[in-house]
Design a protein around this ligand. Sequence first.
Ligand SMILES: NC(=O)c1ccc[n+]([C@@H]2O[C@H](COP(=O)([O-])OP(=O)(O)OC[C@H]3O[C@@H](n4cnc5c(N)ncnc54)[C@H](OP(=O)(O)O)[C@@H]3O)[C@@H](O)[C@H]2O)c1
Length: 275
Amino acid sequence: MTVSDTFFELRNGVEMPALGFGVFKISDGDPVEEAIAEALKAGYRSIDTAAIYGNERGVGAAIKNADIPRSDIFLTSKLWNADQGYKQALNAFDETLSKIETDYLDLYLIHWPVEDLFQDSWAALEDIYNAGKVRAIGVSNFTLRHLKILFTNCRIIPMVNQIEFHPWLQQPELIRYCKSKGILPEAWSPLLKGEVSKIPVLAEIGKKYGKNAFQVVLRWDIQQGIATIPKSVHPERIQSNADIFDFELTEEEIRTINSLDKKYRIGPDPENFDF
Ligand SMILES: NC(=O)c1ccc[n+]([C@@H]2O[C@H](COP(=O)([O-])OP(=O)(O)OC[C@H]3O[C@@H](n4cnc5c(N)ncnc54)[C@H](OP(=O)(O)O)[C@@H]3O)[C@@H](O)[C@H]2O)c1
């Protein structure tokens, strides 16, 4: 198995690469184009962007310039908070397609659960999905409470919930709930924005396999059925983060990493954000 042929199957049968490439904070133009070119060279076939990242044009250019069919690439983008609401979401989706210069997305997510608006936004995503312009739809940063509100009158259950997830924030109850509903959990900031190197036990576990702390954490995500999207702009890191398909953590090692949870967020709390 490699990064190119390891997938999770979404509830509607669509195959989503287990390991993708995140492009948050990579500038539009050459930086994002170069980073994606490196990622594709390393075998990644899934790219995670968002309207708010301001690099959708560069993402589109990178995909166009690659010698890889569009259908082999799994492309995710996200609806920004200022564009929530039914009509606004439809327009924002069209704008994303036109910036990327593609006629469909593989996955479109509601970026944050904006109170009083996310249900209308979801109705728009359902219609976009039913119109065949996106292969899967989902949410991001939804807690149990948000999901339960969504379920009161949605037509389609989200296929993915992209949440902050790393050894210091594991949200086991939310993960269990998502899985019980057939929602694939996906980890953002899986590397704790680089801070996983400060957790010695990860490097210790990796020694036995000739892997570093970053690789151990990404492997831990995937072995637990959680899609993951590390970001880097350095070619050697982009490659090494994808070199995780030739070893397997033991149950005991997984339990050791699970015991590191301290409910520590590096990002905003979805129950209390003001943007
Ligand atoms: N849905 C949401 O609300 C949300 C929020 C945040 C992020 N995301 C998505 O999740 C993706 C990943 O999260 P993230 O970018 O916040 O953080 P991350 O992937 O946890 O960490 C990225 C940081 O780790 C460093 N790094 C990566 N690989 C490394 C390695 N092998 N050795 C040493 N350092 C390494 C990178 O530095 P260099 O780049 O300098 O190598 C960068 O500073 C984002 O790009 C985005 O697509 C989504």
